[in-house]
Design a protein around this ligand. Structure first.
Ligand code: ADP
Ligand code: MG
Length: 705
């Protein structure tokens, strides 16, 4: 039998598309052409209708239902002009992916047909969505689920081969109005934070303005050749490799990070960006990440609701375009053991009117609004670390959090030297100065002095202040951005309310001194969460324990935050989740976790039994034959080698049997047995002849593309 691995490598080597650089045009006229955005609406809608709709989109004014018919008509006309034959309510069920059920515009009329799309079609849908997880909120016999148009996230067109579909972003809820999706709670949390922000800003004598939460979601991912992928059932069934010995070279040279992007990958990235730009998604940066075959894409920040929808489209586009390029995009948090996993850095900030409340300005000590917002976030993150940790729970991210790469499972905040100094002064009295960053000299006289960022970078912190926003680094690469932002919005809303309720009691004369006292108290009580050092060290784990910070290393434990009494009270107070919704989400998450582990366990067992064991047996048979021959001819024997294989095989069989048994029990047992099995398999990979090994190896998947 021929070796498929070697064949695959030769095919990749001979494939011209892997090395050709395609000519690329610098033209971005097509930006947003597949979005029903403000410009398009102005063209397609009557002026009055346009203005009413924009008031809803920009100012959150309740939608005037009488305009739905006109909007639907305009949308249909535009979509048909752009080649669409179908429409769908596009929503974000609790599976964590996106959902769409297409309807054609077609409506038969006698022998002919017309293209129709009504106001009702636009506003509400009733997909038979009984198979989505609801955590007990619906039973299948009362399966009604409704999708409701979200006018604040513009409709867009999704293209495929020779057709196109109009996608209308919607919220998905049950007959009784309970949220069954990831968008509804996000919109509710936005409302809560808007209210609290306005209340707080009123204390500072600011007039009524719109609150905008901004999100920039950096997306990490891996790319491997599809021909390898198809030889790895663990990848296409579980999304990550369950076996694979460490290659001699992986990321220890740090030579992949920010390195020159290979031609094949650059072509892929260019294509991805083109698709995203058509959808009005502002993809901005691209680069090689730390692990071999790992990359990152970051868009410009946007309004959080839109940014969350866009991130779902980013993930989908990465996968779709990869396929077109003969690649596979792996979004799993830890596709390869021993090298870095992938995260999704959640860059979050809040603006009031045009002003970013987290912009420190030149002299942060003078910027009372900034310091108040900063203290609100410190209070929120320390008080609700368990909730933030919960948002990153998941079978995939468990491999990442706490390992020596991603931030640890301890939630801590990094402020940088300048802010830390201001906070320390504030704790003691009135802050008098801000450490000025000054100029940074590069050491080459012909270069001009550069202004230095006042905050340095700290890559080991869970929650880092990075200039004018907070970067939450723990979320996993495959998850929706919704949860982290629902929690952030809600806990900061609570913190702002807590501060506002005290400020409201002060008269003008005492305002400044009163504010100072409030902030001092927050700093005193919550500074334990501030940590500027290296979050990857064991010392920090010990220190965090001393400070009483939670270190929740498993998902199962982390998820319990969803059903803690005080957290239910918090979400109910801010009308973000009801108790029933929280309980249902807890159930959905726990169930998903168990299913994933179980699937992984079964895949591992099958691969070990049906793919790996037979091949190792072949190698063993060979060794035995050679040994016999050698004995007969009185030549040196290969006893030691044969014995090594034999021992390896019996250990492998023991581990398969153990996993088989564990599959009837709890997830901890399955995970432990998989770990044992992997040790046996990876040891065999190192001794079985290379041409007998049936799975693409790490050194191939991560380096040959
Ligand atoms: P890095 O990898 O160094 O953290 P990137 O440029 O990859 O930086 O990503 C930074 C992200 O932060 C971008 O998505 C950017 O748009 C976003 N960002 C910048 N300012 C804000 C803000 N005020 N609110 C939210 N996100 C922001
Ligand atoms: Mg980045």
């Amino acid at each position: 039998m021929t070796n498929t691995r070697m064949e695959t490598i030769m095919k990749i080597a001979a494939d011209p598309s892997t090395s050709i650089m395609l000519p690329q045009q610098a033209n971005i006229d097509f930006y947003g052409e597949d979005v029903f955005n403000a410009d398009t609406m102005r063209v397609y809608l009557p002026k009055q209708t346009y203005e009413k709709l924009m008031a809803t989109i920009d100012e959150g004014v309740a939608l005037d239902a009488t305009i739905a018919g006109e909007v639907a008509n305009a949308m249909k006309k535009w979509a048909i002009d752009r080649g669409a034959t179908h429409f769908t309510h596009w929503f974000l069920p609790l599976t964590g992916s996106t959902a769409e059920k297409h309807d054609s515009f077609l409506e038969p009329e006698g022998c002919k047909a017309i293209l129709a799309f009504s106001g009702k079609n636009l506003i509400v849908g009733e997909p038979d969505a009984s198979s989505f997880p609801s955590g007990g909120l619906r039973s299948t016999f009362e399966a009604r689920g409704y999708t409701a148009w979200d006018p604040t996230s513009p409709a867009f067109i999704k293209r495929h081969g020779n057709g196109a579909t109009l996608c209308i972003p919607t919220a998905f809820c049950s007959y009784t109005g309970e949220a069954l999706d990831k968008k509804t709670p996000l919109l509710r949390s936005l409302q809560a934070l808007s209210k609290s922000t306005r209340r707080l800003m009123t204390c500072f004598k600011a007039g009524p303005k719109k609150t905008t939460v901004t999100l920039g979601a950096e997306q990490e991912y891996f790319l491997i050749d599809k021909r390898f992928y198809l030889q790895r059932p663990d990848l296409y069934q579980a999304g990550r490799t369950l076996f694979g010995a460490a290659p001699a070279k992986h990321q220890q040279m740090d030579d992949h990070y920010f390195a020159s992007i290979p031609a094949r990958i650059l072509n892929f990235m260019h294509d991805v960006e083109k698709e995203l730009w058509k959808l009005g998604i502002p993809a901005k940066t691209r680069h090689n990440e730390v692990a071999p075959a790992q990359f990152e894409l970051a868009p410009m920040f946007e309004d959080v609701n839109l940014a969350c929808d866009h991130n779902m489209l980013v993930m989908e586009t990465l996968q779709k375009v990869a396929d077109r390029h003969g690649l596979v995009c792996l979004l799993h948090e830890k596709p390869f053991a021993g090298v870095n996993g992938s995260g999704k850095h959640n860059n979050w900030s809040v603006s009031y009117g045009k002003g970013n409340l987290l912009n420190p300005g030149k002299d942060p000590h003078q910027n009372a609004v900034f310091l108040t917002t900063l203290c609100a976030v410190i209070y929120a993150v320390d008080t609700h670390a368990d909730l933030l940790r919960m948002t990153c729970a998941g079978a995939g991210n468990d491999h990442r959090l706490g390992a020596n790469e991603a931030p640890p499972a301890i939630v801590s905040m990094y402020l940088g030297d300048q802010l830390m100094d201001v906070i320390e002064q504030l704790e003691k009295g009135t802050p008098k100065s801000s450490k000025q960053a000054g100029a940074m000299r590069i050491g080459a006289d012909m270069l001009p002095p550069l202004p230095r960022d006042a905050t340095d970078r700290n890559r080991t912190s869970t929650f880092a202040f990075t200039g004018n926003k907070f970067e939450f680094r723990a979320p996993g690469s495959s998850q929706s951005c919704s949860e982290p932002n629902v929690v952030l919005n809600t806990i900061v809303a609570e913190a702002m309310d807590m501060i506002a309720s005290q400020l409201e009691k002060l008269n003008d004369k005492d305002f400044n001194s009163g504010l100072q006292k409030i902030l001092q108290k927050i700093i005193k009580e919550h500074k334990r969460v501030l940590f500027n050092g290296n979050g990857y060290t064991d010392d920090w784990v010990k220190e965090a324990k001393r400070r009483g910070l939670p270190n929740i290393s498993s998902s199962m434990e982390a998820l319990k935050a969803l059903i803690k009494k005080e957290n239910i009270a918090l979400f109910e107070k801010y009308q973000v989740f009801s108790r029933r919704e929280l309980e249902s989400r807890y159930e959905v998450n726990v169930e998903e976790y168990h299913k994933r582990i179980h699937i992984e366990g079964e895949v591992a067992r099958d691969m070990a039994k049906n793919i790996i064991l037979p091949k190792v047996m072949e190698a063993y048979t060979n060794a035995l034959t050679i040994n016999d021959l050698a004995k007969k001819q009185k030549l040196p024997t290969v006893n030691a080698y044969a014995k090594q294989l034999g021992t390896g095989i019996s250990a492998l069989m023991d581990s398969i049997a153990a996993l088989e048994k564990a599959l009837n029990g709890k997830h901890e047992g399955i995970l432990a047995s998989m770990k044992e099995l992997r040790i046996k398999v990876d040891a065999l990979e190192k001794i079985v002849p290379d041409d007998k090994w049936p799975l693409p190896k790490y050194r191939e998947m991560l380096f040959i593309y």
